[in-house]
Design a protein around this ligand. Structure first.
Ligand SMILES: [Zn+2]
Length: 251
């Protein structure tokens, strides 16, 4: 009786040992595979570029790029019929995003204190207004003998297509140093331009279309300033990045 029992125990023990050995060898095999994967040189696909560039900045602001302050609107980023909550800028007929209007007032006050006489040329421009302006521009060109397609292309040069003007975000203004009928051929006072370049970031604004970023933005407008919040404004100004380039660092 005991003899049989012993033999059974021995067989059982052997089976368990074989099973344990099998499991052990399989586990080590899996582990060694994982280790091997880390040693392989991975060639990064081009879309990882943004992440690589991002690592180049150890002071990159820790922000949510999808937040309202960083909204990117340009010819490639049409915001459709987006309409922000805006408020009239005191003493002007222009409007600005309510969440940032105090920052704008602080900037305008500082400019006055520095001896300038800042004029808000235009702030928020609604989708319908932009659409009207664009249509009028196209019509004018068609009247001059342009084909519809040519007129549309030409009109986009002077008046943004509806949905592609940053003025629709309510986050930017064209700020000049004296009254002007039109911004075409307007010459900024170099002292005022220099003051803007040096100080807007303190109030959370950036020079949106500087001369050295035409290759990125397609425009040079020394009067166009844009709110992005202090942290981002300082970072972009310090590193000489356009909003287009800044946003790319987060995608
Ligand atoms: Zn503008």
């Amino acid at each position: 009786m005991f003899k049989y029992l012993n033999r059974r125990i021995v067989i059982l023990a052997m089976l368990i040992t074989v099973l344990a050995l099998l499991i052990f060898s399989r586990t080590t095999e899996l582990l060694s595979h994982e280790t091997a994967a880390e040693d392989v040189d991975i060639i990064l696909p081009p879309y990882i570029d943004g992440a690589v560039t991002r690592r180049a900045y150890d002071d990159l602001p820790d922000i949510d790029i999808d937040s309202w302050e960083y909204m990117l609107v340009n010819q490639a980023h049409n915001c459709g019929v987006y309409a922000p909550d805006v408020e009239q800028i005191e003493g002007t007929s222009s409007y600005f995003e309510v969440r940032a209007i105090d920052k704008l007032y602080a900037l305008l006050d500082a400019a006055k204190e520095a001896g300038f006489d800042p004029h808000v040329y235009v702030g928020y421009r609604a989708y319908v207004i932009q659409a009207d302006q664009y249509r009028a521009q196209v019509a004018k060109l068609v009247e001059k003998g342009y084909s519809q397609a040519d007129a549309e292309r030409e009109a986009a040069e002077v008046s943004s297509e509806p949905g592609t003007s940053e003025h629709q975000t309510g986050l930017c203004i064209d700020l000049v140093d004296r009254y002007t009928e039109s911004l075409t051929d307007f010459q900024m006072d170099p002292a005022f331009e220099a003051w803007l370049n040096a100080h807007v970031a303190e109030f959370g604004f950036i020079m949106r279309y500087p001369e050295n970023k035409i290759s990125v933005t397609g425009r040079f407008e020394p009067w166009h300033i844009r709110y992005v919040g202090e942290e981002a404004a300082k970072f972009m100004t310090e590193h000489g990045l356009a909003l287009e380039e800044f946003v790319t660092l987060y995608h």
